[in-house]
Design a protein around this ligand. Structure first.
Ligand code: SF4
Length: 595
């Protein structure tokens, strides 16, 4: 069984650990071997050849969890596709973009999804595990053909070699586009497609016509995401053979997620292929025909499973076990319980509001009288621009209504939507910020905060910062916890962990929470009751509820014209295929949501 030793360079912080702690505590180094050394980049470097089991102590000592020493699964017979440096992340196998379908990719952050995508798109020349050897593009592609001989991927790489495939990629980090492109959205799209008719049809379909003349640096995250999707669809005058969408629904609201998923599905033709990596399980389920699961250890190594039909793949992912490959990749199963319907009668309320009306610029929010039930988690669903965050700010007292009152004589702990703005000093260390949370070992473990404590805020990724802010919010002693978009930047497992952390805190301490999010699965998992926002984005919004889950979901799903069922094996929510028997039956009965 092969063992690999890896240092995650972006986590390695030699100053933060008191000066190359691993070099000082390594049993091998103490015996005069050079197991850990200082690399040319100033970060620690590990020498895999002389690394023994005794170094497990060094792994544990690193306060930033930057060192991995892992045994690769015994059953892994594949050779590596790529290694990032001699002590870096190793990728095994690749997704095979089958033609005439959407090929999904599912896996946690740091497992190599974007690297696998880059190899398929020929943006990364694989080194086949030999980090010091450089292969030419022709050598790499021939080696890939050899490696995948006899599989569907062979034909794919042969067509790449012969220059017969045009690949278009929507990158993951759309928020970095303004740093590399200057100008309007229209200018960006004109650079990839000269056909104005096609461009206007696609931009209309994606709902971005009104931002075409806006400078890229001024558009919102959701608009930027759809501009990037339009650019990928329009590349090569709208005729790519392989479309790759890396996390296409980040920053989108639920309505936009569904319409974007429909848009991506509609790109598929028998002669082309679509690849999509996605963390929103309900959307991935709706979007993909088959799914490759990526598993391994985040930051250390990633293995791509064979493709499986989407339903089986997602259920196997939740179970943590690939039956046909006889591979357990997670010890625990992720379970969804069907909750009994909430009884609303006779419950106590924590916060009440009478008919509220408030105007912010050109936008008006109305909230007919309502109340938040005590000891409940109330989920909030609705499109962007309908006033969900404004409503949260009315509850916190940050915004005063023009008419009506909010009776919220309670202490509030609030996690805002825009978490970067909540950081006062990027130089501050996380440990000073999370004083209370550190006493709660369950919360710390659930959100994997320990390795982040010695980091400065400026060193945190989006997902790490989100977890810190959720921990901070939940650790405060308050009557009401308000969490605005806790799923942003989190991968599928972190979303479920965050949902569990919220529920545990509320049920163990009998507290009340309001959770605003666009991930239907998270809202379904976390909520006892539901508020739904309707209206015209950026013009007017109306808050409805809180309702029982079934009533609220029926209301919301009807507005989206979709129906949900629970998967019979995993209990997870699934969108019914439009116009399928179940979809028609549920709509006819007015049961858009399973009861
Ligand atoms: Fe310090 Fe860990 Fe980096 Fe070693 S790997 S220098 S212990 S942060």
């Amino acid at each position: 069984m092969r063992r690999i030793a890896v240092i995650e360079k972006d986590k390695c912080n030699p100053q933060g650990c008191g000066g190359y702690l691993c070099l000082r505590v390594s049993p091998g180094n103490r015996m005069g071997k050079e197991v850990f050394v200082i690399g040319p980049d100033g970060k620690a470097q590990v020498n895999e050849e002389v690394c023994t089991d005794a170094e497990s102590i060094t792994v544990k000592k690193c306060p930033f969890n930057a060192i991995h020493m892992v045994k690769l699964p015994e059953k892994l017979t594949d050779k590596p596709i790529h290694r990032f440096g001699t002590d870096g992340f190793e990728l095994f196998s690749l997704p095979a973009p089958l033609f005439g379908q959407v090929n999904g990719i599912l896996g946690i952050n740091g497992i190599g999804k974007s690297s696998a995508i880059k190899v398929i798109a020929q943006m990364l020349q694989p080194n086949f595990g030999k980090a010091t050897e450089k292969k030419s593009a022709a050598e790499s592609i021939n080696a890939l053909i050899q490696m995948f001989r006899g599989s569907e991927a062979q034909a794919f790489f042969e067509r790449i070699r012969d220059g017969k495939l045009k690949v278009s990629v929507k990158p993951q980090a759309v928020d970095s586009i303004p740093a590399t492109f200057k100008g309007t959205a229209k200018k960006l799209l004109q650079a990839v497609c000269k056909d104005e008719k096609k461009t206007s049809a696609i931009t209309a379909e994606l709902g971005i016509t009104n931002v075409l003349d806006t400078d890229i640096s001024k558009v919102s995250g959701g608009e930027l995401q759809r501009i990037a999707i339009a650019a990928a669809a329009l590349k090569d005058n709208a005729s790519p053979d392989v479309y790759i969408f890396d996390e296409p629904t980040s920053f989108l609201d639920i309505k936009q997620r569904i319409s974007t998923a429909k848009f991506i599905r509609a790109l598929v033709k028998p002669e082309n292929s679509v690849v999509a990596a996605e963390h929103d399980l309900i959307i991935l389920d709706y979007l993909a025909d088959t799914v490759h699961i990526m598993y391994g250890e985040s930051g250390a190594y990633g293995i791509v499973s064979k493709p499986k039909p989407t339903r089986n793949a997602i259920n196997a992912y939740l179970e943590g076990f690939l039956r046909d490959e006889n591979m357990r990749f997670r010890q625990h199963e992720i379970k969804f319980e069907s909750k009994p319907p909430e009884k609303l009668g006779g419950r106590e309320s924590l916060v009440k509001w009478d008919g509220i009306r408030t105007k912010l610029g050109k936008f008006t929010l109305l909230a007919p009288a309502g109340e938040l039930p005590k000891k409940h988690v109330t989920g909030v669903l609705g499109e962007n621009g309908l006033g969900k965050t404004t409503f949260v700010k009315l509850l916190t007292g940050e915004i005063k209504p023009d008419s009506g009152n909010v009776n919220a004589n309670v202490t509030i702990s609030y996690k805002p939507q825009y978490i970067n703005a909540a950081i006062q000093n990027p130089e501050d260390q996380v440990t000073n910020f999370l004083d209370k949370a550190q006493n709660d070992t369950q919360l710390m473990a659930r959100l994997e905060i320990e390795p982040l404590l010695l980091k400065k805020f400026k060193e945190l990724s989006g997902g790490e910062l989100q977890r810190v802010m959720i921990a901070k919010c939940l650790a405060e002693d308050a009557d009401l916890y308000l969490l605005d978009e806790p799923s942003a930047y989190l991968d599928v497992e972190q979303r479920i962990a965050a949902s569990k952390a919220i529920r545990e805190r509320m049920s163990l301490q009998g507290k009340t929470a309001v959770v605003v999010d666009h991930d239907l699965l998270l809202i379904d998992y976390v909520s006892d009751t539901l508020m739904v926002f309707s209206g015209e984005p950026a013009v007017n919004g109306e808050a409805h509820g809180p309702f029982q889950m079934e009533t609220g979901m029926n209301h919301f799903l009807k507005s989206l014209n979709i129906t949900l069922r629970r998967d019979k094996d995993s209990n997870r929510p699934r969108i019914n295929t439009p116009d399928s028997r179940l979809d028609r039956e549920q709509k006819a009965e007015g049961k858009y949501y399973y009861s």
